[in-house]
Design a protein around this ligand. Structure first.
Ligand code: NI
Length: 383
């Protein structure tokens, strides 16, 4: 693929700089400054400090018309890097282990292409903080980044596809991520006198087991769903019956109706199984990101742009459900658009995202930047 070599060198250098100095959600101050310096060098006016550490750049386009927004995320993860790369993280316990350094750099690449050859209609570029917290996108929406936006597009690196492959999928591509927190209150007592107690460990165990029936019996088996209890904390000594248990878990779904069903079922099962044995359940649901569902029309546009960049033979679809979350879903709740994947397979180990050995192929940056540039030129199609 043809890509300006100077610009490619710039975005690779930027990616490596960001990688060396990763910052956690809403703390992306150096990251923001570094990206801002690149945009200034390109002569692209922009605002920094949006929702704290976000950046927004508006390109007016050659004439007024529908406005397309492109979004990248900028934050890192609390993970110790173990890649041994020459540009590995210099911050102990913090690493770009999800490729957001790449997303940020690819969007700067797109900015370079769009400045060199202005798009027909207005385009907004968004660098968003705190995707990993799931709260960056809503903060940016609150700050008004979707005002006047007709469609929004974004993407994520994916180590399971070769660089030069773009993965465009209709319908669900990421799951909702809700968290539940339960405090089961029983009655503490002597380990030899269970009849005087309400055993929070036994009841908690029954709750965990009963929750396994939510997905198997309450959800259409053709729909993807997960209920995981990831934390069960109770008891103080071998001969003391626990009076309290803490259970925490995550609920994943790919469709809003399945999500609502799961949340409802989990709450009911916890409360009734607790009550069945005389325990009180204090139940708290913490809403996370919605499911990310690509609508057909905008997905078709995204695919068309992908075909222009890599050719139809290198445009793939996701074959299996991804039950991870992605806070881009918040944007798609407000305006239509699509979220794709950029093949980033490395010749090496290809460790998974969110691991200390994660890396991606830097050629992916050029393909991602080209795709952003192509989709940015499709404003007229939204009219
Ligand atoms: Ni990510």
């Amino acid at each position: 693929m043809d890509f300006p070599p100077d610009l490619f060198a710039r975005i690779v250098a930027l990616r490596r700089d960001l990688h060396r100095r990763p910052e956690l959600g809403f703390g992306e101050h150096d990251t923001m400054a570094r990206i801002s310096a690149e945009l200034t060098a390109l002569g692209l006016p922009h605002r920094t400090g949006v929702a704290g550490t976000g950046i927004v750049a508006d390109l007016p386009g050659l004439s007024p018309g529908p406005r397309i927004a492109l979004r990248a995320d900028t934050d890192a993860l609390p993970i110790q890097e173990q890649t041994g790369l020459p540009f590995a993280s210099t911050v102990p316990g913090v690493m770009h282990a999800c490729g957001h350094d790449g997303h940020s750099s690819a969007l700067v690449g797109a900015a370079g292409l769009l400045v060199a050859a202005p798009p027909p209609h207005p385009v907004r570029l968004i660098w968003q903080p705190a995707e990993e917290l799931g709260t960056g996108a809503p903060a940016m929406i609150e700050a008004g980044v979707l005002d006047g936006v007709d469609a929004i597009f974004g993407g994520h690196l994916d180590r399971t596809f070769e660089p030069g492959t773009l993965v465009v999928t209709d319908g669900p591509v990421n799951a909702s991520t809700d968290t539940f927190h339960v405090e089961l209150i029983g009655r503490q007592g002597h380990g030899a006198r269970p009849h005087e107690t309400i055993d929070a460990i036994v009841i908690g165990s029954l709750v965990v087991n009963a929750l396994q029936t939510v997905v198997s019996r309450h959800v259409d088996p053709a729909q993807a769903a997960v209920v995981t209890v990831g934390r069960f904390d109770a008891g103080t000594a071998p001969n003391v019956i626990a009076g309290k248990a803490i259970l925490e878990g995550t609920i994943r779904a790919q469709r809003p109706d399945v999500r609502a069903r799961l949340k409802d079922s989990v709450r009911r099962v916890v409360q009734t199984v607790g009550a069945l044995h005389g325990a009180r359940a204090e139940f708290q649901m913490i809403d996370g990101t919605p499911p990310l569902v690509n609508p057909p029309f905008h997905t078709a546009l995204a695919r068309e742009a992908a075909v222009e960049v890599v050719g139809a033979e290198h445009v793939a679809v996701l074959r299996t459900a991804n039950m991870g979350g992605e806070d881009f879903a918040w944007y798609l709740e407000r305006v239509p658009g699509a979220y794709i994947r950029f093949g980033g397979m490395t010749p090496g180990e290809n460790a998974p995202a969110h691991s200390g050995r994660f890396d991606f192929h830097e050629d992916a940056l050029a393909y991602a930047a080209r795709w952003y540039d192509r989709i940015a030129r499709m404003g007229a199609r939204l009219g």
